[in-house]
Design a protein around this ligand. Structure first.
Ligand SMILES: [Zn+2]
Length: 559
């Protein structure tokens, strides 16, 4: 940590995740020696992370000073904004602030993962200033693809910061209020120094469709079907679930929910007063009693998650629900980059069963939850910040957002990187240091670094294979038997046999050529390892994980 270029009185912004990537949002704000955190999300692994289920931000920077952390403010209930709480809260031990629906989801996670933790959850109303540590914090109601999304006004040290969270301007969000334009307008009138904003759709022209467009699109698409219809969407998209319940009613179908996450989130939504017209849902045991043209399945699995309801239905392994020829599955969702293969697999399985697949490319059955360029420009016209800091995007998204901000007369647009310590100032913002950052994951309840030795070895094993040699030496330092070489994942059939035979010969020669070093296990390991590695490199161009076992025996006793 480099802190020589900033002072305790500075207002600082430190993104620990989400700047340069979509997902894993985690941000820190500092003033007068104290910190607050905004969001603590997860992201999902890519092909370089074998065996990893969930990716978490590295919190070392704030852990070291957690006595100075006054709270975690969660902008909304998506996993990339709160999903890391069950894994990382114990490192922070601070109160958590959010809107009622967001906190209902946090409460559910804590109950499941940290049943004994005493977590203080504090509900914040919209449009009220609350003091959290050295910051005045105020929630502004926006629209997104989940209930109760909040933009965040932060005031400290004479600075006003507007942190948008995820948002769009939806004039008909179906559930919940529309975005609070008049508060945004008066915020802009009073003067905002910095806007930190969502960049997800910064490369998409025009406006994002309204949830009402998706509702109408779904009704139209479902009306055209004669067989069973299953629709998959994000469980957290409560408005979409509401649209589907509405569509079921309009098309003479009975709705049925499948998937744990859908039950959990709709329960939370109903406890907060959403989904008021909740119908009698078809139970899984009654599925086969309903005529096929009268059922609408609402299920999890839009991202091809292997254990999800839709994935099991597609592979024919769901214990109660099946779909076949004449039935239709609609994907009312977008493909999150990285999930294309998994989604494709589910769609292939469905098509193989004779099920028709409809996605948002075929019919207008999905809208994004993020603002396109026109809405972003409108937000800049309302807020009129002097400084824009684009977040929530890859570098391409952040660059496009920064250029748009400059086009909207914002005098400075600063593209942050995870770990940058950025001083926010009335005149100019600048990066004044860096905090430790990285990617973590959880294994057997332990939070570990994804670039740890174990994970590195696993990647090498996966991509380069694994070889081992057993060397049996007598007490006088001679080989008792030919070295035994084994491999897995290095090469196919006879090529692997050739490798093992040749390696054994090379080890034999190398050990025979050793002088007194042959009595030193470390030296023998080194020499044998060089033989195994050198041959793997020259034969296959691979760098496998190498293991050497040395056994020293009394040759006479052994014989
Ligand atoms: Zn979101």
């Amino acid at each position: 940590m480099n802190n020589q270029y900033w002072n305790d009185s500075d207002v600082l912004f430190v993104p620990l995740g989400g700047s340069g990537e979509i997902g894993m949002n985690a941000n820190l704000f500092h003033h007068n020696g104290r910190w607050i955190m905004v969001d603590l999300g997860i992201s999902f692994p890519d092909e370089t992370m074998p065996g990893v289920d969930v990716v978490l931000p590295d919190l070392r920077f704030i852990e070291k000073q957690r006595d100075k952390l006054d709270g975690l403010v969660v902008t909304h209930g998506h996993e990339d904004h709160l999903g890391a709480i069950p894994y990382l809260w114990e490192k922070l031990q601070c109160p958590i602030y959010g809107t009622p629906f967001t906190l209902a989801l946090v409460r559910g996670k804590i109950k499941e993962h940290l049943p004994d933790a005493k977590v203080k959850l504090i509900s914040l109303p919209f449009n009220e200033q609350v003091k959290i540590g050295n910051f005045e914090v105020e929630f502004v109601s926006l629209t997104h693809s989940i209930p109760d999304p909040a933009g965040l006004v932060l005031r400290a040290g004479g600075m006003t910061i507007f942190h948008t969270g995820d948002w769009k301007f939806d004039e008909n969000p179906v559930i919940g209020p529309v975005s609070d334009i008049s508060t945004l307008q008066s915020l802009g009138d009073a003067g905002v120094d910095v806007m930190i904003g969502d960049s997800t759709n910064a490369m998409v022209e025009g406006r994002t469709g309204s949830e009402d467009d998706a509702r109408r699109g779904l009704i139209e698409a479902i009306s055209a079907e004669q067989g069973r219809v299953a629709v998959t969407c994000f469980a957290s998209n409560v408005a979409r679930v509401d649209s589907l319940i509405h569509a079921a009613r309009e098309t003479g179908r009975s709705p049925m929910l499948i998937g744990r996450a859908l039950h959990r989130i709709t329960d939370a939504a109903r406890s907060c007063g959403y989904l008021k017209h909740w119908p009698d849902m078809v139970g899984e045991d009654d599925y086969n009693l309903i005529p096929r043209e009268n059922i609408l399945l609402i299920c999890t699995g839009s991202q091809g998650e292997p254990r999800s309801a839709l994935s099991r239905i597609a592979s024919g392994t769901h214990h109660k629900v099946s779909l076949d020829k004449g039935d239709t599955v609609m994907f009312s969702s977008r493909e999150i980059p990285g999930n294309e293969v998994a989604i494709g697999k589910v769609q292939d399985n469905l098509i193989r069963r004779g099920v028709r697949v409809i996605t948002d490319r075929d019919a207008p059955i999905h809208v994004s939850g993020h603002p396109c360029r026109e809405e972003m420009a409108e937000m800049y016209q309302l807020i009129r910040p002097r400084l824009a800091i684009p977040v929530h995007g890859t570098i391409r998204h952040l660059r496009a957002h920064a250029a748009l901000a400059r086009d909207c007369q914002v005098s400075q647009a600063l593209i942050p990187e995870n770990g940058a310590i950025i001083r926010l100032d009335k005149n100019e913002a600048e990066t004044v240091g860096s905090a430790d950052t990285g990617l973590m994951t959880v294994e057997a309840g332990e939070v570990i670094a994804i670039d740890s030795d174990t994970m590195r070895d696993r990647r090498r094993m996966l991509w380069n294979g694994n070889v081992s040699a057993s060397v049996v030496l007598s007490l006088s330092g001679e080989l008792c038997v030919a070295p035994i070489v084994q491999e897995s994942g290095l090469a196919e059939g006879h090529r692997a046999d050739d490798y093992m035979a040749e390696a054994s010969l090379r080890i034999e020669d190398a050990v025979d050529a050793m002088n007194d070093d042959v009595f030193n296990d470390d030296r023998v390991t080194e020499v044998v390892g060089q033989c195994l590695r050198g041959l793997a490199k020259s034969m296959f161009g691979r760098r496998p994980i190498v293991q050497v076992h040395i056994v020293r025996v009394d040759a006479l006793a052994a014989s």
